[in-house]
Every structure is written in structure tokens, then in C-alpha cells.
Ligand binder design. Sequence first.
Ligand code: AMP
Ligand code: MN
Ligand code: MN
Ligand code: MN
Length: 283
Amino acid sequence: MNADLHCHSDVSDGTLRPEELAARAKANGVELWALTDHDEVGGQQRARRAALEVGLPYLTGCEISVTFADTTVHIVGLGVDTDDAALRAGLAATRDGRRRRAQEMAQELAKAGIEGAFEGALNFVGNPDLMSRTHFARFLVATGVCNDTQEVFRKYLVRGKPGYVPHRWASLRDAVAWIVGAGGIAVIAHPARYKFSANEEYALFSEFIAHGGRGVEVVTGSHSAADAARYADTALEFQLLASRGSDFHSPRESHMDLGGMPALPARLTPVWGALEDRIQRPS
Ligand code: AMP
Ligand code: MN
Ligand code: MN
Ligand code: MN
């Protein structure tokens, strides 16, 4: 099944509206879709309505920013009740501080000779509560400082480079508890992106499972074929459900389009099998 269970709208750091994403997913042959904006469920009703209108089965979603072992880790929640009070409060607390962080990032960029980055990034923001590094990256590309967002994330905004501001996100325990408490399944997003030692990665997976986490992204836009093979083994080793998502943000920036990823390896158990009762289907 062509399930795409990870992408972003302009309610977080994507460039398309939820309605545009639903139409694009349908046109690309997606058969089950979830919008997973960062730290935010504000686009969920629109995404669901638009998906059902074009005849596309829908799962609710979000992608929560977590700090684990001094590293930012992303946890995707699928099939959550978006009205759940503890989930909403947890996401609001996680978003809180993004604006101040953005101001500090602009101050750091100014020290490197780049003026006006806060106002510049704000021009790209769809949701003022969700200023992200991606919006700064778009500003740095628009002003010609870098040629593309990949170059930005090599030269700026990352540890040791101008514009980087350390930030403490949610704890792993809390993020998993919010998702599970809201009736969803927690999934470790794009595990190959974290620069963990073998011990740290083992700790991440063990603690995630101890807190109630059940899934891992095996096929994602940020995994190579070798990464997918490696995390397929990890999914089996830890008996985790496997997820698949493009992590699509923008037609101009994302190399993986909605629904364009390889299939999940057949030996894995897809996460959507465990979410049957949470899938919303067109009538
Ligand atoms: P933030 O949550 O504000 O720290 O921003 C994180 C976002 O920056 C991620 O969700 C990606 O959309 C984007 N990002 C981080 N690293 C990269 C990268 N190497 N290339 C492109 N986008 C990136
Ligand atoms: Mn993003
Ligand atoms: Mn992510
Ligand atoms: Mn993402």
C-alpha cells in the first residue's frame, strides 16, 4: 500500500497548504495519508476534510521535537485524538520558546554579518507560533547568502556554525506519553539522521519502547537504501512496527515527493495495520 505518513504543511515548515497537500498526495497515488506538522495539530481538521473530499483515507499526525542525549530527536504520533487536552497542552509547551529562540538565532546571524534575519524569516512563516530553522533557511536562500537549503544546513544554523542556538525540547517520556495518551502510536522519525553512538542509539530505542513507543520509520525521504535496510533490521530486533513517509516539505526543496518512496521491506509489520480503527475513510 502506498502509505505516506510523514509530511509538513505551512502550518509548520512546509510551503503548501493542507488542502494542496491532500490533492498532491491523491494525484501521486497515495492510498493512506497523514499530515505530521512539527509540534502542532492546527492543520489536522483541514487536512482530514480535504483528504476525505478527494477520496483519500486519512490518519491524524504530528511530529514532536524531543531532546535526548543532548540531541534533537523527532517522534511522530499517528492516529492521535487531536482534541486530547494533554496532547494539546504538551504541544503548546513544546512550541513555546520557538519565537525567543528565533530572536536569538537572528542575533547570532547578525554577529556573522547577516542583518534582519528575524523579520526576513517571518516573511516565510505561515504560523507565527511555529518559527523554525527552515524559515531562516528560506530567508538565507532568498537573500542569496546560500544557493539552497541544504547549503544553509551545512554552513549555518547547526551546532558550531553561525545562527545556531541550543534549545531544550520535550522529553522522550513526555512526547511518547502525550501520543499514547491521545490513542495514537509513537514512531521514531528518520533514525539515520541522528549522529548517535551505538550505545546512545540502543538507549534511544530501549527507552522509547519502555515509555510505550511502538514504531520506527524505516522508509523516509531522508534515508538511503542502506539506511532503510539497516533500520529494517532494527525494527525486527526491537519488534517495532515499521512506518513509511516522504517527510515532504516543499516542491522546490524536497527531493522526495509525496508517495514517491520505495516500498517497505516485506518482512516488516506496517504500522498502519495496527491503526485500522483510527483510519478515517471517505464515505
Ligand atoms: P527546527 O525544528 O526549528 O529546529 O527546524 C528543524 C527543521 O529544519 C527540520 O524539520 C527540517 O525541515 C529542517 N532541516 C534540518 N536539517 C536539515 C537539513 N540538513 N537539510 C534540510 N532541512 C533540514
Ligand atoms: Mn521540518
Ligand atoms: Mn523530522
Ligand atoms: Mn518531518
